[in-house]
Design a protein around this ligand. Structure first.
Ligand code: AMP
Length: 440
C-alpha cells in the first residue's frame, strides 16, 4: 500500500507525492491528515519544517478535486514570503488540477492582483492586511469569498497578536460561519484553549489538537551555544566569529530593520558575501534577496524576524543571533531555520551584559541550557581597527544616502501606528460601554 494511501489520500495525491519525492508522511501529516479528511477542525502544532503546508494542502485539494470552485479555501499568514511559499506549494501540489492560486501580499502591484482575482482563484493565500484591502477593492473576491469551505491560519500564534487580530476578525465577517478551520503553528500558547479560540474566531467548534515534539521545543540535531562579549566590543567579536565560519550557509538574525541594513552593509564592506531581508525593503527587493540567498549566490542572509517563521530555506548550517530576541518563541523560530529534516545545525547567540535575562528566559522556555563558546579576545582585538574603519564608512554612507533618515521615519511611523491602534481600542471600549448602558 502507498504510504500516503494509508492516511486516506487519493491516488492522484499519492502520485503527486511520488513526483515531489515525499516517500513517507511526516509525523504531523500522519496525525493530522486523517482527521482533516474527516472534516474535523484541527490545530497542527509542530516544529518548523515538519511538512505542515502539505498537512493542510492535501486534504483541501482532495476535497476541491471532487467539485472544483472558487474561492474554495483561504490561507492567512503574517509573513509575505511565507504566503508566497505556501502558494508555490499549492501550485505544485495542484498542478494536475489546473489549480488557480492567488497570493495577496503587500508590496505587489494592486492591479495585477485585481486581474488575477478576476479569474476566480480556487485558493487565496494572503497576509491579513492586503487580503482585507482586496476584499474591499475587488468585487469578485468579495462575492466569491462567500463560498469559502476552508480557513487556514498559518503561524496562528503570530496572527493572534494585537496588531493583526483585528484584520483577521474583519476578514471573518466575509467568510461563511460553516467552514473547516485549520490552525498551523510551531508554538501556540497554552492560553489558546477552545473557548478563547472560539471567541477570537467567532465560532463554536471543537478543535482536535495534534502536537509533535512538544516536550523538546528545539530539535535534537541542533547544537545551541552562546558567546559572552561586552557590548562595547560586540562587533569585533562578531566579525571574528564569522571569520571562523567563512563560506558556510548562515542566517544572522537581528531585532531591527536598521540593524539589518547596517550589518549587511558592514559585512559587504568587509567582503563577506551577504544579503538582507527585512520589512523596510520593497517587495521586489525582498524576493530577489531571498533568491540570492536560496541560490547560494550569497552565503549569508542578515534578517529580522520576517525570516524567522516557516520559510523553507534548505541549506542553512548556522544561525547567529546577533541580537537576542525579546520573545523566547521567536528564538525557537529563528533557530528552527537550521537543523531541518534530521540534518545537523548550529545556533550561536551573541550575549552581552544586557542580554543575560533574555537568555535565561529562553533557556527556561526551551528547557535546555545553552553551552558557552569561548571567544578569542586577542584575535578580536587584532581585527578591531579594520572593523571600526568599516563601521565608520557604513555609518557615513547611511547618513549620506538617506537610509538613516528613512529608518528614523519608519520607526516613528510604527510608533504612531501602535498609538493609533491603542486609541482606536479605547474608543471602541467606550462605544461598547455606551451600548451596554443604553441596553440596561
Ligand atoms: P513545511 O513545514 O510545510 O514548510 O515543509 C518543509 C519542507 O518539507 C518542504 O520543503 C516540503 O516540501 C518538505 N516536505 C513536506 N512533507 C514532506 C514529506 N512527507 N517528505 C519529505 N519532505 C516533505
Amino acid at each position: 500500500m502507498h504510504p500516503f494511501a494509508k492516511l486516506g489520500l487519493d491516488s492522484w495525491i499519492q502520485k503527486t507525492c511520488d513526483k515531489v519525492g515525499y516517500q513517507n508522511p511526516t509525523k504531523i501529516q500522519e496525525l493530522a491528515i486523517p482527521p482533516l479528511l474527516r472534516k474535523q477542525h484541527v490545530i497542527a502544532n509542530a516544529e518548523t519544517g515538519s511538512g505542515k503546508t502539505a498537512t493542510f494542502a492535501f486534504p483541501i485539494l482532495q476535497d476541491l478535486a471532487k467539485d472544483p470552485f472558487g474561492v474554495f479555501a483561504i490561507v492567512l499568514t503574517a509573513n509575505r514570503e511565507l504566503a508566497m511559499q505556501i502558494s508555490e506549494q499549492f501550485t505544485i501540489f495542484g498542478s494536475s488540477l489546473n489549480l488557480r492560486v492567488s497570493t495577496l501580499v503587500g508590496g505587489v502591484d494592486f492591479n495585477k492582483q485585481l486581474s488575477e482575482l478576476e479569474r476566480i482563484p480556487h485558493i487565496v493565500v494572503g497576509t491579513p492586511g492586503r487580503t482585507l484591502d482586496m476584499i474591499d477593492k475587488s468585487p469578485v473576491l468579495k462575492e466569491y469569498i462567500e463560498n469559502v469551505k476552508y480557513l487556514v491560519l498559518d503561524e496562528a500564534d503570530r496572527l493572534f497578536e494585537d496588531s493583526i487580530i483585528e484584520d483577521i476578525q474583519s476578514i471573518l465577517e466575509f467568510i461563511p460561519q460553516e467552514k473547516q478551520i485549520i490552525l498551523a503553528t510551531a508554538t501556540i500558547n497554552d492560553d489558546f484553549n477552545d473557548k478563547k479560540l472560539n471567541e477570537i474566531l467567532k465560532t463554536n467548534v471543537k478543535f482536535e489538537r495534534f502536537c509533535v515534539n512538544q516536550q523538546k521545543k528545539v530539535v535534537q540535531t541542533l547544537k545551541q551555544k552562546f558567546v559572552l562579549v561586552p557590548e562595547m566590543v560586540k562587533d569585533q567579536n562578531f566579525i571574528n566569529l564569522l571569520n571562523k565560519f567563512k563560506g558556510i550557509s548562515m542566517i544572522i538574525f537581528v531585532n531591527k530593520c536598521r540593524t539589518c541594513h547596517f550589518i549587511n552593509a558592514l559585512l559587504n564592506q568587509l567582503e563577506f558575501s551577504s544579503t538582507s531581508l527585512h520589512s523596510g525593503l520593497k517587495q521586489g527587493q525582498r524576493i530577489s534577496h531571498l533568491k540570492t540567498f536560496k541560490s547560494q549566490a550569497a552565503n549569508i542572509l542578515v534578517a529580522t524576524d520576517v525570516a524567522s517563521r516557516g520559510l523553507d530555506i534548505p541549506t542553512v548550517d548556522l544561525v547567529i543571533n546577533y541580537d537576542i530576541p525579546k520573545n523566547s518563541d521567536d528564538y525557537i523560530h529563528r533557530v528552527g531555520r537550521t537543523a531541518r529534516k534530521g540534518k545537523r545545525g548550529l545556533a550561536i547567540s551573541i550575549m552581552t551584559q544586557y542580554d543575560v535575562q533574555l537568555i535565561l528566559n529562553i533557556e527556561k522556555n526551551i528547557g535546555e541550557k545553552l553551552e558557552e563558546l569561548k571567544v578569542d579576545e586577542e584575535e578580536a582585538l587584532e581585527i578591531a581597527p579594520k572593523v571600526n574603519k568599516a563601521k565608520k564608512f557604513v555609518k557615513i554612507k547611511m547618513s549620506e544616502d538617506g537610509s538613516s533618515e528613512n529608518f528614523d521615519k519608519q520607526e516613528q511611523d510604527k510608533k504612531s501606528y501602535k498609538e493609533f491602534i491603542r486609541e482606536q481600542k479605547k474608543l471602541k471600549k467606550v462605544e461598547n460601554n455606551k451600548i451596554q448602558e443604553e441596553k440596561q
